[in-house]
Design a protein around this ligand. Structure first.
Ligand SMILES: [Zn+2]
Length: 274
């Protein structure tokens, strides 16, 4: 049996984005190249061969590097249907939608889930090493969730509605606990500070904050997170909890009833936070 074959690393780009690289030996896939200058340098310096690009959604900080990248490397761009992405990727565009499966490397597959809410077209890629042995099962799948799910937070609700966004998040939360979560931004600490402003004594939030601070102090990314961590330390996945609901009702000053309403008010609270 072989050990896990892929290596996943973040390339920090723009103000706070991570461009994730999924690498096997000298072959690499790039997720959400919002800028490609650093990526082209990295590919050259490491002597890599770019196999293709995965795109989660159409925001500039996820697709802005496509044009330049495709001039340097003529590779397929797997992305949800959206006029802007289709124009940027031109003949390299390959549409993906719910349930599609892509083979990234031999024995390594990416499954596409449609997860609307941040934007309508948003997709997530769930990468599995199909020829799993016990070690790989323990490692869990790898979730590339773009701006749908952040560690201890979620994306702004540009598309909505709340019901749909919440169902996308809860669907991701139902992945195995060991699933590694590769978010597209380094927002974790700020998200935890916001969450602690609501629940200052919450043990899971305090524990996650300590671990995140430790990683950041060492100059490392706070990511990947795990689904286990997110279920414990992400308030957007905890809107059924009584203590949180009481705080939100008080803040909103109106009676809230459904999970969607609590989610929507929690998102508004985050939007208003400094
Ligand atoms: Zn976005």
């Amino acid at each position: 049996m072989t050990n896990p074959t892929i290596n996943i690393t973040p390339l920090p780009i723009l103000a706070s984005n991570y461009l994730w690289l999924i690498r096997q030996d000298l072959h690499v896939w790039a997720v959400d190249p919002g800028d490609s200058v650093e990526l082209c340098k990295y590919i050259k310096s490491e002597g890599l061969k770019l196999k293709g690009v995965l795109i989660t959604h159409s925001h500039n900080d996820h697709v802005g590097g496509l044009e330049y990248l495709l001039q340097a490397y003529q590779v397929p761009v797997y992305a949800p249907r959206h006029p802007k992405i289709e124009a940027l990727a031109a003949s390299f565009f390959r549409a993906v939608d719910e349930g599609d499966k892509l083979q990234l490397f031999e024995g390594v597959e990416a499954c596409v889930w449609h997860v609307p809410g941040h934007l309508d077209e948003h997709v997530a890629f769930i990468v599995n090493e199909a020829d799993s042995d016990i070690d790989k099962k323990a490692a869990g799948p790898h979730l590339f969730c773009g701006d749908t799910l952040f560690s201890a937070g979620c994306g702004r609700m540009f598309a909505g509605p709340a019901e749909l966004y919440l169902s996308s998040l809860l669907r991701l939360a139902a992945l195995p606990d060991a699933t590694k979560v590769y978010c597209a931004h380094e927002y974790t600490l700020a998200n935890l500070e916001w969450a602690l402003s609501l629940l200052p004594a919450d043990a899971a939030l305090l524990d996650k904050k300590r671990r995140v601070q430790d990683l950041l102090d060492k100059g490392l990314a706070s990511l990947p997170s795990t689904i286990r961590d997110e279920k414990q330390a992400n308030l957007f996945l905890r809107t059924d909890e009584k203590a949180l609901r009481q705080i939100l009702s008080k803040w909103h000053k109106l009676q809230l009833n459904s999970a969607d309403e609590y989610f929507s008010v929690l998102r508004q609270h985050k939007d208003h936070w400094a």
